[in-house]
Design a protein around this ligand. Structure first.
Ligand code: G6P
Length: 607
């Protein structure tokens, strides 16, 4: 959360800093700012709200200079105002920060007692003052940073500029990601490779505790003990073109429509279509010996994990515990020896999930991750990396990452069942055949886009919406509700349909639309009974089912959305599409900011 970028360049940097921020707006968009070093001064420009406001400020009041830092903010400490916008600065030092300085109160009291005054409510400003104190006392910038870093508790990625030193920036990371980009006579710092995509693809990922001096000629990296180190320079696969909106109105819409392609792309790494077998990467641990799986994730990724729990238990008969990451560590979970801990994350950087991963590692669990960013912290700290190949996901509401996660998790469940001897070769072939059908089924689901757009006005005026589903469609109901509330700001809840009569049924009246996810199959009749309970109380039902299901139970519904008939295994992938499209079109009907909904950020790197 929050994106940072720094450029030590050969020519003016302010436009390029802003362009980098544009690529990181998914990390937050509460305020933005830049600071360059020019003519012996720190030139700082900031604006609250979206990046467009900063662009306006810079139009009338540019920030000249060939070296600078910039920031896009997701507010933690202090309201999203201009005075709380980064960069934070003193006379000598300006810096941008992603993360949280947990001991900032104590540091602030200490600094105040020494006579320093603060102009913001942020935790970050204390770091600017601490470094500045050292510089004012005559220390060289690197020594100043070295002295201050051990005093900071919490998580940070920092980029620091110095008034008197226009030839370098200093960066540091602990807990929050930071990369160094190598250009031609220029060097960059950024929260991720995406931010630097148009500038360079030559990227080094800093390790935990690293700090770095960045000059035009390159970068000198030091580890947490201040030893000079080298970090491998890799070629980032992120191309600038992959993050364009194309002909779509919103990134979210583009990403929804990319699903058949990216799910196929992802599956091609996990199945051999000709042999009809699953093909997982080499594992240097005994998967067959795994007795229990602990799944931890947040948000949409958590719902993918909930679907996977059904698969792991049904196919492989391995018991699964699943938690949201923010709760996991604090309930002091009992982790069995020989357990596999599985973390699911689009970004691979979500702070709660990463902290849970490290906790499990300390407890001797084998760590597997399903992530969309193969260079992310989670990817680099895992024993088993299972990448999704969804491509960059920019829309804050996750869509294509979810279906790709499901594709990987289905293949993993099948593989686990195989090595556990719970699946015959014929059953494996059958599962693979169904997975191969998924991209075409996703296409068929997307063909209903216009029907869903046409019925969005039925949902848009609602204040509350309920989503119901059973079995693997229960997490889908929660995912549908999450999508709707995230981008249309309508209160929505996802319920296990059988649980509705234990409370939520009291909410049912004509004003509360109920979206029922009920593919034909073993659970259909029971879900439909729950649907009838809603209808008997005047509730308005939108039934999402296949032709058979709609034929059987669609009469009298407010609306129906027809999905292709698919095997129950791939139903969660396919039924993700209508709930995504419904949320998207309702948000469009309400005129909300689909790609950047209020208060949210895509990559949540604070606890
Ligand atoms: C944020 C995003 C969600 C996402 C969640 C987990 O809340 O808005 O869309 O599902 O983080 O992110 P991750 O990158 O770990 O999947």
């Amino acid at each position: 959360m929050c994106g940072i970028i720094g450029i030590v360049g050969k020519e003016a940097v302010s436009d390029r800093l802003v362009d980098g921020l544009k690529r990181m707006e998914y990390r937050g968009y509460d305020s933005a700012g830049v600071c360059t070093v020019h003519g012996g001064q720190l030139v700082r420009r900031r604006a609250e709200g979206k990046l467009a406001n900063l662009v306006q400020v810079l139009k009338s009041d540019d920030a000249p200079g060939n070296i600078g830092i910039a920031h896009t903010r997701w507010a933690t400490h202090g309201a999203p105002t201009t005075s709380n916008a980064h960069p934070h600065a003193t006379q000598e030092v300006a810096l941008v920060h992603n993360g949280i300085i947990e001991n900032f109160k104590q540091l602030r009291d200490e600094l105040t007692a020494r006579g320093r005054t603060f102009e913001s409510e942020t935790d970050t400003e204390v770091v600017a003052h601490l470094v500045s104190e050292q510089v004012e006392a005559g220390l060289a910038p690197a020594d100043a940073v070295k002295a201050v870093l051990p005093r900071l508790r919490g998580a940070f990625a920092l980029a620091i500029a110095f008034r008197q030193f226009p030839d370098f920036l200093i960066g540091a990371r602990l807990g929050s990601p930071l990369v160094v980009g190598y250009g031609d006579g220029e060097t960059y710092l950024g929260s991720d490779a995406l931010a630097l995509a148009p500038l360079t693809q030559k990227i080094a990922y800093l390790d935990e505790g690293d700090w770095v001096i960045v000059t035009r000629e390159g970068a000198q990296i030091y580890d947490k003990d201040n030893n000079p180190v080298t970090r491998e320079i890799t070629t980032s696969g992120v191309s600038a073109a992959a993050i364009e909106k194309g002909n779509y109105r919103h990134y979210m819409q583009k990403e929804i429509f990319e699903q058949p392609t990216v799910v196929a792309q992802t599956l091609s790494s996990y199945i051999r279509p000709l042999e009809q077998t699953v093909a997982l990467p080499q594992m240097d641990f005994d998967l067959a010996g795994v007795k229990r799986i602990t799944i931890v994730a947040c948000g949409t990724s958590y719902y993918a994990g909930m679907v996977a729990k059904y698969w792991f238990e049904t196919f492989a008969r391995v018991p699964v515990d699943i938690d949201v990451a923010s709760e996991f560590r604090y309930r002091d979970p009992v982790l069995e020896e020989g357990g596999l801990a599985l973390f699911i994350s689009q970004s691979g950087e979500t702070a709660d999930t990463l902290a849970a991963l490290r906790h499990c590692k300390e407890q001797g669990q084998t760590i597997a991750v399903v992530v969309n960013v193969p260079t992310s912290s989670m990817a680099r700290e895992a024993d088993l990396l299972l990448p999704t190949h969804a491509g960059p996901e920019i829309g804050v509401a996750s869509t294509k990452a979810f279906t790709c996660q499901l594709a990987v998790l289905a293949a993993l469940a099948a593989h686990l069942a195989l090595v556990k001897g719970k699946l015959s070769a014929e059953q494996e072939r059958e599962i693979v055949r169904h997975l191969i059908e998924a991209p075409a089924a996703l296409n068929a689901a997307l063909a209903h886009d216009e029907d869903i757009a046409a019925m969005a006005h039925l949902i848009a005026p609602a204040r509350d919406v309920l989503y119901l589903g059973r079995g693997p469609d229960y997490p889908l109901a929660m995912e549908g509700a999450l999508k709707l509330k995230e981008i249309s700001y309508i209160h929505a809840e996802g319920y296990a349909s059988g649980e509705m009569k234990h409370g939520p049924i009291a909410l049912i009246d004509e004003a509360v639309p109920v979206i029922v996810l009920a593919p034909s199959g073993p659970l259909f009749e029971k879900t439909v009974s729950n649907m009838q309970e809603v209808r008997a109380r005047g509730g308005k039902v939108v039934l999402i089912s296949d032709a058979e299901g709609i034929e059987e139970a669609g009469e009298g519904c407010l609306a129906t959305i027809e999905m292709p008939s698919v095997h129950p295994l791939i139903a969660p992938l396919v039924y993700a599409v209508p709930v995504q499209l419904l949320a998207y079109h309702v948000a469009c009907a309400k005129g909300t900011d689909v790609d950047q909904p209020r208060n949210l950020a895509k990559s949540v790197t604070v606890e």
